[in-house]
Ligand binder design. Structure first.
Ligand code: NAP
Length: 248
């Protein structure tokens, strides 16, 4: 039996990288997919084509940092799909710099896209999930949100904020059978990390106990567990998926 048969999932930022991997794995497990993106319309069409033979799938251009857009997205998805069972808040950006050089704009944009977005869509999804008395919300943090990183104070703050937010939502909505968990990926090789030079990347790989960078599929499988009934008694948890980079 497929683990997500007949469920509807919203995945933010699924035109590439981790989000795309989650859409692919969820579809293989029977979930209908509503996904968002910021601007990559042609990549969105490619993903729709790739998956449409498996399940119902639709891409929505929707800015995750925009409160009203999240409300509209949920309304639209309920009209198009009928139910909403799973939300994966995956969309995220980096604007790295040391604090001395970090601008107010870079701070605000990262907080808006990475953290406000999680509030926006969780808030919009809460009512329909409460009505149907079930739901699984999965928020994408990072090893950097758990331990911090020089040059990424804005990103680390946004990803640590996601953890506090998610634990609070788990406490608030547990009695309504809505679970909320966090995935904290380590170093995952995607377009977000392609900008780094090969020597740095090789050093990172060598320092990881499992001796490799993670793949979008590694993260997607963790999300599959948290989205499915296999994790029916798990809420408020931070699942590290990092090859042993961090063991607390
Ligand atoms: P990525 O390859 O850069 O992809 C980002 C996705 O988010 C794209 O689909 C992009 O859409 C979308 N997006 C960006 N801003 C958006 C906005 N304002 N509204 C809606 N969608 C938006 O990123 P990734 O490496 O897969 O990372 C995915 C998540 O995992 C992020 O939250 C990231 O912080 C987290 N993470 C990544 C790593 C890693 O090593 N890669 C490690 C830890 C955590 P467009 O294509 O339209 O721009």
């Amino acid at each position: 039996m497929k683990l997500l048969e007949g469920k509807t999932a919203i995945i933010t930022g699924a035109t590439r990288g981790i989000g795309k991997g989650i859409a692919q794995i969820f579809a293989q497990q029977g979930a209908n997919i509503a996904f968002t993106y910021a601007s990559s319309a042609s990549k969105a069409e490619e993903l729709e084509k790739e998956i449409s033979s498996l399940v119902k799938i639709k891409g929505y251009q929707s800015d995750a940092s925009d409160y009203d857009a999240a409300q509209n997205l949920v309304e639209q998805v309920l009209t198009d799909f009928g139910t909403l069972d799973i939300v994966v808040n995956n969309a995220g950006i980096t604007k790295d710099n040391l604090i001395l050089r970090m601008t107010k704009e870079d701070w605000e944009e990262v907080i808006r896209v990475n953290l406000n977005s999680v509030f926006n869509l969780t808030k919009a999804a809460t009512k329909p999930m409460m009505k149907q008395k079930s739901g699984s919300i999965i928020n994408m943090s990072s090893v950097v949100g758990v331990k911090g990183n020089a040059g990424q104070s804005n990103y680390a703050a946004s990803k640590a904020g996601i953890i506090g937010f998610s634990k609070s939502i788990a406490l608030e909505l547990g009695s309504r059978n809505i679970r909320c968990n966090v995935v904290a990926p380590g170093f995952i090789e995607t377009e977000m990390t392609e900008v780094l030079d090969e020597k740095t990347v090789q050093e990172w790989r060598n320092n990881i106990p499992l001796k490799r960078g993670g793949t979008p599929e590694d993260i997607a499988n963790a999300c599959l567990y948290l989205a499915s009934d296999l994790s029916g008694y798990v809420t408020g948890h931070v699942l590290n998926v990092n090859g042993g980079m961090l063991t607390y």
